[in-house]
Design a protein around this ligand. Structure first.
Ligand code: HEC
Ligand code: HEC
Ligand code: HEC
Length: 468
């Protein structure tokens, strides 16, 4: 063995040692790091799950279980400590299969519902470890806050007028039944809400009595429309069908929307403020104090006399024949509700008498142009008024129908779920980077082996050809 060969040998040994050290170090690091890593990615996954679950709750459950799981009427609370400690399987089963013979529908796809098993497990996480305040904000920001109370009183004067119509007594009964059972979903004057279609509608009037009776009696599978056969008598259902078919004869305003304040969050008020300054302040003044173009909104008399839903309705439909435009065709319900929330928070400090802002009608020409353009829009909007947007519009409200306590409608609420996409954490969020160290170690040991093999090949004793 000569000197250079020894040096190679030394190098090989050192390289081998280094590689072994790297592997040992990598493994050690991995083992030490693993528990924290698992904990971190579990927190991450739980966070994503809870985030999804809040939206699922807003879309599917808040209607009956309330804005923040507090329960509505006879529907139990979900923000309940007993549920937090309930066995995971039992809670999952309750949501997946529903409660037979109650308003609590089955939600799993297997049982005809709208939610995947994963989504149901997310909801279980929400009930057991979620934050109900955050959930409340989510429900409000999505414009899905349920309207409580769910029932209205029919306007007595208009109800009396109905008696003069042919078969008026039947219509009167039906209006009263509708106020108690259907208005929460189908809206004031039957004009529909975000969760149920208008019944006061020419297309519905075209349907046959048989068809309508079947829907009211048996419900519409997979939707919030429950069958009413065990709550209402055949005569009552037939009266309701008569109302649906003859709604055009019934005076408007007979079934007012329940006057419920629109729920707000910091976010929704900020959005409302922004939309107000972009769209409304040029006529109503930057602080709603009014200008020569439009009346003050920031004034006691207006705010105390006008409920949130009424303000929402004015904004949605405009005031026909005035400069107040229709906004329902260019803003979403959520946006209009945000403006109402913004206007409402003036109430506490609103002056008794408005002091209009200067510079209304006499403003610069571009402002006057604006006024003319919007006036035209208001004209267009008048025709839009005919669309069934009016009162209940925007009540994302719903409710368990009144008969709930009487055990009506299993399967009700079913399928209302717009199923929602779930986000799984991306690979790099859960990837363990110490794996790289291991790979590096393995690579360097293979490299050493190859190098050693190559060296020994090169140094193999030369076989001399036998001399002749
Ligand atoms: C149409 C109304 C309605 C909807 C929508 C609804 N529930 Fe229910 N839920 C009920 C009623 C009513 C009960 C009580 C059933 C009973 O009497 O046992 C209930 C019970 C429950 C219970 C058991 C509570 C307890 O204390 O035992 C859970 C959990 C629950 N619901 C979760 C959900 C979830 C999650 C959703 C949304 C995916 C949802 N519910 C949607 C009406 C509803
Ligand atoms: C919990 C919400 C809810 C309640 C309460 C409710 N409905 Fe419905 N209703 C719906 C939904 C959602 C639909 C649409 C079903 C579909 O898409 O098939 C519907 C559909 C209907 C239809 C069919 C409309 C058509 O175009 O064919 C009629 C009729 C009807 N409901 C009548 C009533 C009556 C009468 C009551 C009160 C006794 C009532 N509903 C209570 C949610 C509700
Ligand atoms: C082009 C000018 C103009 C714009 C822009 C405008 N409004 Fe109006 N608004 C009016 C006028 C004019 C009236 C009074 C209508 C009447 O005579 O009843 C009015 C009335 C109202 C009322 C009813 C007030 C009352 O005392 O009954 C509300 C609420 C309202 N506007 C809200 C809004 C909101 C919110 C916006 C922005 C989204 C807006 N307006 C944008 C001109 C405007």
């Amino acid at each position: 063995m000569n000197l250079p060969q020894n040096r190679t040998r030394l190098f090989e040994i050192l390289a081998g040692l280094l590689a072994t050290q790297l592997i040992v170090f990598g493994l050690g690091f991995y083992m030490l790091h693993e528990p924290t890593r698992i904990a971190e990615s579990q927190t991450q996954i739980l966070h994503t799950q809870l985030d999804d679950a809040m939206t699922l709750y807003a879309q599917n459950c808040s209607v009956c279980h309330g804005l923040s799981g507090e329960g509505i009427g006879a529907t139990p609370a979900l923000n309940n400590p007993a549920l937090q400690t309930m066995a995971y399987e039992d809670l999952t089963k309750t949501i997946a299969r529903g409660r037979f013979n109650t308003a609590m529908p089955a939600w799993s796809r297997e049982d005809g519902g709208a939610l995947s098993d994963y989504q149901i497990s997310e909801l279980v996480s929400l009930i057991q470890s979620g934050d109900w305040n955050e959930t409340r904000d989510r429900v409000v920001n999505l414009g899905l806050a349920p309207l409580v109370p769910f029932t209205t009183e029919a306007d007595p004067a208009l109800l009396a007028e109905v008696a003069n119509l042919p078969d008026g007594a039947t219509l009167q009964t039906a209006v009263t039944l509708f106020a108690a059972n259907c208005v929460a979903c189908h809206g004031a004057d039957g004009l529909g809400t975000g969760i149920a279609p208008a019944l006061n509608d020419p297309l519905v009037r075209e349907k046959t009595a048989d068809e309508l009776t079947r829907t009211v009696t048996l419900g519409s599978a997979g939707t919030l429309m429950a069958g009413w056969s065990n709550v209402l008598t055949t005569e009552e259902i037939s009266a309701l069908v008569t109302l649906v078919q003859r709604w055009d004869e019934v005076p408007t305003g007979i079934l007012p929307a329940p006057n419920v304040p629109i729920a707000t969050t910091e976010e929704s008020i900020a959005l409302g403020g922004q939309l107000f300054s972009q769209n409304c302040s040029r006529c109503h003044g930057p602080e709603g104090q009014g200008t020569q173009r439009a009346p003050a909104l920031n004034v006691k008399a207006f705010l105390t006399d006008t409920g949130d839903l009424a303000i929402q309705q004015i904004i949605t439909n405009g005031v026909p024949g005035t400069a107040m435009p229709v906004w329902g065709d260019r803003m979403t319900e959520v946006e209009i509700q945000a403006i109402v929330g913004f206007i409402r928070q003036w109430e506490a400090t609103a002056p008794e008498v408005a002091v209009p802002a200067k510079g209304g009608g006499g403003g610069p020409p571009w402002l006057r142009n604006n006024t003319t353009t919007t006036t035209t829009t208001a004209g267009q909007g008048q025709s839009a008024q005919a669309t069934p947007q009016a009162q209940g519009q925007g009540q994302s409200a719903a409710a368990t129908p009144q008969g709930q306590g009487q055990g009506q409608g299993q399967g009700q609420g079913q399928g209302q779920g717009q199923s929602q996409q779930t986000t799984t954490p991306s690979w790099w969020q859960t990837f363990d980077w110490s794996i790289l160290l291991l790979i590096f170690g393995v690579l360097s040991i293979s490299f050493t082996l190859i190098f050693m093999g190559f060296e020994s090949l090169r140094n193999r004793p030369k076989i001399k050809p036998p001399e002749k």
